[in-house]
Design a protein around this ligand. Structure first.
Ligand code: ADP
Ligand code: MG
Length: 325
């Protein structure tokens, strides 16, 4: 199978069966895709690359990989409150493995269709497995949620639950033992994250800042603090966790929620006067949100326990957990 057969067979879809957003004037097949902006909107564009061994394990099922490659990109649009419109796909493949491509495309397009986003172009080459997606979305001019907008005194929230992806990674590494059911839950969180696109859009005009959690809660919150020139106080044990993680020792729970990564939940800030509006956004998008702390004028991230005692430092790594568990 040649390059063009491969693109046609796996990545070009029948326009009659897959309606495209009105913004897509021309998709795959020419030298460029042509997109028509919605009047009054701005484009929001983000790129994420997934490299085998670094961002995913070779054991992942191809359909879950297709899902995740797009999900991590949609999560960036979600963090900015954008409406997804189109994406491109640059693929390096060791060989044209039909079984792999069929599964990959299935997972990719299932998520694309769920969000009404069209594949409009890309590039295909032989090489070590590498997946690079660029997503394009729109938001009303000036309405995008940014990292820089948080204000002192704002409430701090996080969506969904944190830490399951890291828990799965530790299970794969053999550092924790999970029941079959807990392992499946954690593995699904790692391999099939659900980008919080509806929540991000519902938070336009409500949240003052937002970011998605890709590298871990503490690190990603740190980006907001830096860009907003603020600090934060966070109740470490108020960070939302699922049932599998709640069964683990507290030190491991803290490690996974604070420093886990790969969560693709949203951290966002909003003034206390917007608490009802935040609840409405949560309900409208069907996404649970938890208030976990507040923004302070004083720089730095302060973690406190349920008694209000300041925790000495962030969990540094798994050995640290072992020593203190
Ligand atoms: P060019 O050489 O002009 O860059 P290519 O031969 O690389 O064009 O690609 C032909 C068409 O197929 C282009 O419209 C390109 O965007 C599209 N394409 C290539 N690879 C992919 C892919 N993996 N997914 C979607 N579209 C692709
Ligand atoms: Mg090309």
């Amino acid at each position: 199978m040649g390059e063009f057969d491969l693109i046609k067979r796996f990545f070009t879809r029948d326009p009659a069966l897959t309606p495209q957003p009105a913004t897509v004037a021309l998709g795959i097949g020419d030298d460029c895709a042509v997109l028509s902006p919605t009047p009054g909107a701005q484009w929001l564009i983000s790129t994420d690359m997934l490299v085998e061994g670094r961002h995913f394990l070779s054991t992942v099922a191809p359909d879950r990989l297709g899902h995740k490659a797009l999900a991590v990109n949609l999560s960036d649009l979600a963090a900015c409150g954008a409406t997804p419109r189109a994406f491109t796909l640059a693929l390096a493949l060791p060989r044209a493995d039909e079984l792999f491509l069929e599964g990959f495309a299935r997972g990719l397009f299932a998520l694309a269709d769920a969000h009404g986003i069209a594949l409009v172009g890309g590039d295909t080459t032989a090489g070590p497995l590498n997946i690079c997606i660029t997503v394009m979305g729109e938001a009303p001019a000036g309405a995008a949620l940014l990292r820089s907008g948080a204000q002192p005194g704002d409430d701090l929230y996080v969506s969904g639950t944190l830490g399951d992806a890291r828990l799965a990674l530790e299970a794969f590494r053999g550092t924790v033992q999970l029941s079959g059911e807990d392992f499946e839950t954690a593995r699904r969180a790692m391999e099939q994250p659900q980008p919080r696109v509806a929540l991000g859009q519902a938070l336009r005009g409500v949240a003052t800042s937002a970011i998605d959690v890709s590298d871990g809660f503490a690190g990603d919150l740190g980006h907001v603090l830096k860009r907003s020139k603020l600090g934060a106080t966070v109740q470490a044990d108020a960070l939302p966790r699922g049932p599998a993680l709640l069964k683990q020792p507290l030190a491991l729970q803290r490690l996974c929620t604070l420093a886990g990564g790969d969560d693709y939940e949203l951290i966002f800030s909003a003034p206390a006067s917007a608490r009802e509006a935040v609840q409405s956004a949560s309900a409208a998008s069907g996404t649970p949100v938890t208030r976990v702390g507040q923004l302070d004028a004083e720089p730095g991230l302060r973690l406190i326990d349920a008694q209000g005692q300041v925790l000495p430092e962030l969990p540094a790594g798994f050995d640290h957990f072992k020593a203190s568990a």
